[in-house]
Design a protein around this ligand. Structure first.
Ligand code: SF4
Length: 409
């Protein structure tokens, strides 16, 4: 796998999941159900796990939520983090409920005695804490001291909380310094990573709905990950949290920071040469392959003239010929199938490839496929010519128009 050199951090165990200390970078998300709704929350936790979440956070904002946690934690397939808002009682109740980690916001839980009480309790029970600093709820004193929300103010907020923990000998900690502006968030994490070796939880807070929210969060999180900063990540999107987990997982796989566990579908953008509706076929293929969790890079290409060559590096692909699909493995044509069976054939071959391996599937290739495909490719090339997008014809028209105008002048 391609890797970016990672900053060395200590390791924290969130239940059975290690965070930091060279462990694989984990994906987090947060439930949107009422935590008191045990079945609804568990259903969402299972969906989040299926989409790629390693750790899930639930709110613990009221006594009913704490009771819900006591019932959810033993049945959850992933470790549970309780988000404590303003009340120390909720932190203590979440600990009693058996959660695997607490998230404390220094801007919300402010009284030093209360923070130390929670830290002491966590220390006794072996429960880690995420110090979750948030630009939107920065302590007013720090806001005034720095003249606004700055990277320095966010870092100092985290360090002040660590100071309180140190007074009771507690250091089982990971930290986040989230902001909703990418440059502020990136700089805060950079500065924090210079002064502490605790694992860092990355996120752009209140990123908003996709696609802009996903793009903004990716800009911040990916920048830091490529600098070796970050041990666990969360996309805070205004949408179904399953999309957050998917986005987190996709980013880590794209950067080569986690093994591919589901399909990476690549597709051409389509053009005048396309023999099929590339968008439709790509979407159908993506849905079918995702559902089966096929861990391959699969290509959908609109034509056979350029398709198989351009997608040579994909594990598997299909390109559209004249009413036929050319199925290829690492650029080598293995079968030619009718156009309306393209997606079905792609999925079937993907499953066999995962089961039997590349060598076996290349050995099982249809011997006539390459010849048939080449004949198809030539026929298409001849039918559409070298200028299928009519670019050269248009250039000619442009020249004629400009020439006419010039001579008119
Ligand atoms: S030339 Fe073929 S493969 Fe390339 S964009 Fe056009 S249709 Fe897709």
């Amino acid at each position: 796998m391609e890797r970016y050199p990672r900053r060395k951090t200590r390791q924290v165990m969130v239940g059975s999941v290690p965070v930091g200390g060279g462990a694989p970078i984990t994906v987090q998300s947060m439930t949107t159900t009422k935590t008191a709704d045990v079945e609804g929350t568990l259903a969402q936790i299972y969906a989040l796990k299926a989409a790629g979440a390693d750790i899930v956070r639930c709110t613990c904002n009221e006594p009913e939520a704490a009771e819900g946690l006591a019932r959810i934690v033993p049945r959850s397939p992933v470790p549970i983090v309780a988000d404590i808002h303003f009340h120390v009682e909720m932190a203590l109740a979440a600990i009693e409920a058996g959660v695997h980690c607490l998230r404390l916001n220094p801007g919300n839980l402010r009284k030093p005695e209360e923070v130390k009480l929670v830290a002491r309790e966590c220390k006794d029970r072996g429960i880690p804490v995420r110090v979750g600093v948030n630009a939107g709820s920065l302590d007013k004193r720090l806001y005034d001291k720095y003249g606004g929300v700055t990277p320095e103010a966010l870092v100092e907020s985290a360090l002040l909380e660590l100071g309180l923990f140190a007074e009771v000998g507690f250091d089982d900690v990971k930290i986040s310094v989230k902001a909703s502006r990418v440059p502020l968030m990136v700089e805060a994490y950079r500065q924090l990573s210079e002064v502490v070796d605790y694992p860092l939880h990355l996120g752009l807070t209140e990123a908003g709905p996709p696609p802009s929210g996903t793009i903004k969060a990716t800009a911040g999180i990916a920048t830091l990950l490529m600098e070796g900063i970050g041990d666990t990540i969360r996309y805070s999107l205004t949408t179904d949290p399953v999309e957050e987990a998917k986005a987190g997982r996709t980013l880590l796989e794209a950067l080569g920071l986690r093994e591919r566990r589901n399909v990476d579908l690549i597709a051409c953008p389509s053009c005048g040469r396309a023999e099929i509706d590339v968008y439709k076929v790509a979407q159908e293929a993506q849905a079918a392959l995702e559902e089966r969790q096929i861990p391959l890079q699969v290509a959908v290409m609109g034509c056979v003239v350029n398709g198989p060559g351009e997608a040579r590096s994909a594990d598997l692909g299909i390109a559209a010929g004249k009413h036929r699909g050319h199925l290829f493995i690492r650029g080598q044509i293995v079968r030619v199938v009718p156009e309306d069976e393209m997606v079905e054939a792609l999925v079937e071959e993907a499953e066999k490839l995962v089961k039997e391996g590349f060598e076996a599937r290349l050995a099982a290739a249809d011997r006539d496929a390459a010849k048939l495909a080449e004949a198809d490719r030539r026929a298409l090339f001849e039918a559409k010519g070298a200028d299928a997008n009519r670019s050269e014809a248009r250039v000619k028209l442009v020249r004629e128009r400009l020439g006419a105008e010039r001579s008119g002048n």
